[in-house]
Design a protein. Structure first.
Length: 421
């Protein structure tokens, strides 16, 4: 990835692109079946990447080289395409690809044209274009990324299967048989992946996934009506994507591991809430000491309920992502984790061997997600004192011109809430 100046990078993660990605919270899935809870595209994207992470860690443990950076971007591009084509069901797209190749390619071109005005980063748009070609079969997937592509495809199929299994509780068997049969056939080519086997046979990794899936059922801002409603898991994936894009907006040429760590730190930053539930910020801040006490309690519960479900070969990494999740940090050669400044991240530790993380960038993305959740609902006419105060709090938290890991969050946030004329 080439280094860009801040002037060149300024508008990469612009307002219109952020709002378009946010539409993933409004796209309903399985809307021709009885649904016991909201099933939306952003949540599916989040669960898919959690499953991809778990499968990928098993493969990595066996010695497979997994191109995590390719996978992170691929998940974003999949979501962008899904948002653009939300009215076309997957089976129709598959039929187009198989039997009407030229029309399918024209449809892909149409998708890219929808995003060209929204993506000012030529390198990112080029990656998007290449990925669309890889998915269509007109371009080969690079050899170094083929394992990641297989893992991501397996995660896509299995996350769909998990949704269907949850829907099966309230739908007549006759509605589901054909879909189940097709899904079972589609997942067959991936059954050599050990992590997938572990989940499909309901081993310990499946129990861990069940815990994370609880984040799909937890609604953010639960004390107030809001449109669209967002889950903790969907929010976590949105934070991961925003961190990925804002990282490009810094103009810094980040090492590959830093990009990967930033993305997955965003994805897993709310992992403890799978066992503690979301404690809203006003409650957390009711007393000066309560935030630290809540954090200690969360750590204890995570150690008791989540850690025993993790495999030894990824537990350390996941704990690294979730402990001090909003601090810039690195891991020293002796394994010591140390919080550092953004300048140190860039000047001394921007190297894969130090496992650098832009935790403060994850925090900006977390606040950006909260801001969009409040502002979007208010602009839809569904408002409350909680949403207004939340929006004001997010904006006032960052001064205009105050740089957080290379991002002028104050200017970005004020641009987000500005009413378009």
């Amino acid at each position: 990835m080439p280094t860009r100046s801040r002037d060149q990078a300024h508008n990469i993660m612009n307002k219109k692109l952020a709002l378009r990605i946010f539409e993933g919270f409004s796209i309903q899935r399985w809307n021709d079946l009885i649904r016991p809870f909201d099933l939306v595209e952003m949540d599916k994207a989040g669960e898919k990447m959690v499953i991809a992470y778990l499968i990928g860690k098993y493969e990595e443990h066996k010695g497979t080289d997994v191109d995590w950076e390719w996978m992170a971007y691929a998940s974003l591009f999949d979501l962008l395409k899904k948002i653009a084509l939300c009215d076309i069901k997957a089976p129709v797209q598959q039929l187009l690809k198989k039997e009407y190749t030229q029309e399918y390619l024209r449809l892909d071109e149409w998708v890219l044209n929808q995003y060209r005005p929204l993506i000012d980063d030529d390198d990112l748009f080029s990656q998007f274009t290449i990925y669309i070609g890889e998915k269509a079969g007109t371009l080969p997937i690079p050899e170094k990324s083929q394992a990641a592509a297989k893992i991501l495809s397996a995660a896509h199929k299995y996350s769909t299967m998990r949704e269907l299994q949850m829907l099966s509780v309230v739908n007549e068997r006759e509605r589901l048989v054909k879909i189940e049969t097709e899904l079972q056939a589609q997942i067959q080519p991936y059954l050599d992946l050990e992590g997938l086997q572990m989940m499909m046979t309901h081993q310990r990794t499946f129990d861990f996934l069940l815990k994370i899936e609880q984040l799909r059922f937890q609604t953010r801002w639960n004390q107030t009506p809001r449109v669209p409603r967002t889950s903790v898991l969907g929010h976590s994936y949105f934070v991961a994507v925003m961190t990925l894009l804002l990282g490009r907006d810094t103009g810094v040429k980040m090492c590959s591991r830093r990009i990967i760590n930033n993305f997955f730190s965003g994805l897993f930053h709310d992992l403890p809430e799978s066992v503690t539930r979301d404690i809203i910020s006003p409650v957390k801040q009711a007393t000066d000491e309560l935030p630290n006490i809540v954090k200690r309690i969360e750590d204890e519960i995570v150690g008791r309920e989540l850690v025993p479900l993790m495999e030894p070969f990824f537990v350390g990494e996941l704990m690294y992502y979730t402990n001090s999740e909003f601090a810039n940090r690195i891991t020293e050669k002796d394994g010591t984790v140390r919080e550092i400044s953004w300048k140190e991240l860039n000047d001394e530790y921007n190297d894969n061997s130090f496992q650098p993380v832009d935790g403060r960038l994850v925090r900006v993305s977390d606040h950006l997600g909260a801001l969009l959740e409040a502002d979007s609902s208010i602009k839809h006419g569904i408002t409350s004192v909680h949403l207004v105060r939340g929006r004001e709090g997010m904006i006032s938290h960052y001064k205009t011109g105050e740089m957080i890991n290379g991002i002028d969050a104050g200017t970005l946030f004020r641009e987000i809430v500005k009413q378009d004329s």
